[in-house]
Design a protein around this ligand. Structure first.
Ligand code: SAM
Length: 267
């Protein structure tokens, strides 16, 4: 289950409830806030994973689950991102153990919120890419930083601080040198550090702060200071399913066009 980026009050209600009912808590202590682990009952067995291999983690989870205990495996952020979720689910499925996956707020969402920034600004950028530098895990060539940069989307880079010089060099092949880059360290934790620098200063700033772990980069033209941006969605001339009235410069919506509220409705 996802523990979110760090702050305990960014946990989902569902995650909090399940932690409070846990009989065994297997948690990523290198990235999850101990205050979140502390929500488990005093009687709960707590297992830290920072010194264990994935096989050892799976062994513990499998053994406790087969003994009929309520096991919570707690990951930082959202478990579907860089959490080795696939291997864990496969192994448990092979053992006939049913799992429930509970989402969490990912680091990129917490970073955008802390910056008070939308990452999809009409006319500027409409796509978000979540990626990483290769590192020890490696990435397929078609997902290299240079390829991702060619899109010039809002690019959120996880697990990349150790390779920041190389990353900056690759990004500069496609993004202008003054493209804003947000650098977020332990976003939402009490010692959060967050800044926005031009791309050409990304590596130097990271090195000066000695950032190696728990750092997220957001490279995006959406972070440029701007005034007067106005989304069509909230414009008086833009009609959608939840706001009627005669549009000034757009044809009346027909039922078929308005069939998918998710594509037009504000959230
Ligand atoms: C193993 S990955 C897991 C990502 C996680 N599942 C998520 O959705 O955020 C760990 C990386 O996520 C990023 N990260 C996680 N929490 C963060 C935070 N609070 N602030 C900045 N970066 C964070 C860093 O890039 C870190 O190296």
């Amino acid at each position: 289950m996802g523990a979110g980026p760090g702050a305990p009050d960014l946990l989902t209600l569902r995650a909090a409830r399940l932690i409070e009912q846990a009989e065994v808590l297997v948690w990523t202590d290198s990235l999850v806030n101990p205050q979140i682990a502390a929500l488990a009952p005093a009687s709960c067995e707590r297992i830290r994973t920072s010194s264990l291999t994935l096989e050892q983690v799976l062994e513990v989870v499998q053994q406790r689950a087969m003994a009929g205990l309520r096991v919570v495996r707690l990951h930082d952020g959202d478990p579907c991102l860089y959490g080795a979720l696939a291997e864990q689910i496969c192994r448990l499925a092979d053992a006939g153990i049913a799992v429930e996956v509970v989402p969490g707020l990912s680091a990129y969402q917490a970073t955008a919120a802390a910056l008070q920034q939308e990452l999809t600004i009409p006319g500027v950028v409409q796509t978000i890419v979540l990626g990483r530098a290769g590192g020890r895990t490696g990435v397929p060539e078609r997902e290299s930083i240079a390829r991702l940069a060619a899109l010039q989307a809002s690019l959120c880079l996880y697990l990349s601080a150790r390779h920041v010089e190389e990353v900056q060099g690759e990004l500069l092949r496609h993004y202008p040198a003054d493209t804003p880059v947000a650098i977020g360290y332990r976003v939402s934790w009490p010692d959060q550090w967050l800044t926005v620098v031009p791309l050409e200063q990304m590596a130097r700033t990271s090195r000066e702060r000695n950032l190696i772990r728990t750092t997220l980069y957001v490279v995006s033209a959406a972070l440029r200071p701007r005034s007067g941006t106005r989304s069509k969605l909230y414009s008086a001339s833009h009609q959608h399913l939840f706001r009627g009235g005669a549009p000034e410069d757009s044809p009346t919506l027909q039922p078929a066009q308005a069939a998918d509220p998710a594509s037009t409705a504000p959230s």
